[in-house]
Ligand binder design. Structure first.
Ligand code: COA
Length: 212
């Protein structure tokens, strides 16, 4: 994405992966970073076992509870907030969707956390990547170690498939998640940055109203 005003002046652009040359270009145009999403990676398996007794997601039966927790946990998120049944259904129709890799943690028979994983097959440039695609804990249960344990369970699932590189995306200002991933040994692999004029709104990767 790149935007110019009527006079051809650069007013917004994005780069993934972002480089120092992109920063320089932004500075020269008077633009600031308005959003940054980090890609973190770590080798698998972890030398740690999850205490979670998770079960796979049940399409249909679990939809409403997943959407409730997702929309509470990600209320502030530019892409992941305000999900509808349509957003979920679209992903469940993707060829990569596998309910066995979509882990659900319950307490007293009620969902409290989920960890949805996604496998990216190896390419000529990249090894197979096991992604922690979406992970969320019901806000009433935050800070009890559930997020950490369900991420470990997700990584165990991925390494059980023979994947040796774990990967995820996280907003650079998501302090809680960054702390959790740092403790789990993830490090920054690359950065996706958006620059715009000061005061510009935070960009979403989705078009409003269209589930992507
Ligand atoms: C990120 C999230 C999953 C963490 O779940 P959680 O169950 O609260 O996390 P844990 O209790 O396992 O805590 C993990 C670590 O993060 C720390 N932590 C938790 N919340 C924190 C916060 N708000 N600020 C700083 N550190 C925090 C904990 O102290 C713990 O650190 P420690 O291991 O050094 O003690 C949860 O906050 C959440 O659902 N957030 C919204 C969705 C989200 O951001 N998902 C990740 C997107 S990539």
């Amino acid at each position: 994405m790149q935007l110019e005003d009527d006079n051809g002046n650069l007013i917004a652009f994005e780069a993934d992966p972002a480089s120092p040359a992109d920063d320089q270009r932004a500075t020269e145009a008077g633009l600031i970073v308005v959003r940054e999403v980090l890609q973190l990676r770590r080798s698998l398996p972890l030398q740690r076992v999850s205490s979670c007794e998770c079960r796979p997601f049940r399409p249909g039966a679990d939809d409403a509870e997943f959407l409730r927790i997702n929309n509470l946990a990600f209320e502030w998120h530019p892409d992941q907030s305000g999900w509808s049944q349509q957003h979920l259904a679209k992903r469940m129709q993707e060829p990569w969707f596998d309910p066995l890799g979509f882990l659900i943690l319950e307490e007293n028979e009620a969902m409290v956390a989920f960890c949805w994983t996604k496998v990216h097959p190896a390419t000529t440039k990249e090894p197979a990547l096991g992604e922690i695609y979406v992970i969320g804990v019901d806000p009433v249960a935050h800070g009890r170690g559930l997020g950490t344990e369900i991420v470990i369970a997700g990584l165990e699932h991925l390494s059980g498939l023979g994947i040796t590189t774990g990967m995820l995306h996280v907003e650079s200002d998501n302090t809680a998640a960054l702390h959790m991933y740092d403790r789990l040994g993830f490090t920054v692999h690359s950065s996706h940055r958006w620059w715009a004029l000061p005061g510009s709104p935070v960009p979403s990767t989705t078009t409003p109203g269209v589930p992507t």
